[in-house]
Design a protein around this ligand. Structure first.
Ligand code: HEC
Length: 152
């Protein structure tokens, strides 16, 4: 049963592949190579990483919203950075669902500006979904500030 299911999935994948190849062969010119994605700053990459480590379980991948919590891509069109910070530090709860307070969690607070910057870029449409391409090496001043904040 399980075998059959995965067999069907493989077949579907193969057919999708074939369809894509067929589509490609109809073009007269070879398709241009996709432009290399613009590199992001370390801070944006760090925000992506920390968001997915601490927030995405509830707020969904790429800030898109989940079963438990609203889309922060949408929220950031309405709330400013102060309101964002206040919510993350102190939490927020309506009758059914609760946004935990992260004010005492260094894994969030040491990176909160990165998380905000990442989500703001997503909200403004400046950053597509997915893992940001071409992150730079971690800059030394960032590593130093991180160590100081994390107390290591
Ligand atoms: C356990 C689930 C959970 C986690 C983890 C979580 N949140 Fe939330 N968050 C919520 C819920 C639920 C709400 C909606 C609360 C309400 O409206 O009363 C919310 C609301 C918010 C809001 C307010 C949105 C608005 O429109 O007012 C912000 C900002 C926010 N979360 C940021 C974050 C960030 C940043 C992280 C990660 C550091 C995070 N949340 C992690 C559940 C979570």
């Amino acid at each position: 049963m399980i075998k059959m299911k995965s067999g069907r999935r493989m077949l579907a994948a193969a057919l999708t592949c074939l369809a894509a190849t067929a589509g490609y062969s109809q073009t007269t010119e070879p398709a241009a190579a996709p432009a290399a994605a613009a590199p992001v700053s370390w801070s944006t990459f760090s925000g992506w990483k920390r968001y997915h480590g601490n927030c995405a379980t509830c707020h969904g991948p790429d800030g898109m919203g989940g079963t438990f919590a609203p889309s922060l891509v949408n929220s950031l069109k309405a709330i400013d950075q102060d309101k964002f910070m206040d919510t993350v530090v102190n939490g927020k709860a309506n009758a059914q669902l609760a946004m935990p307070s992260f004010g005492a969690d260094p894994n969030v607070m040491c990176y909160i500006e990165d998380i905000y910057g990442y989500l703001k870029a997503r909200s403004d449409g400046a950053l597509p979904r997915g893992r940001p391409a071409n992150p730079p090496a971690k800059p030394k001043d960032f590593a130093d500030a991180e160590a100081a904040c994390m107390g290591v």
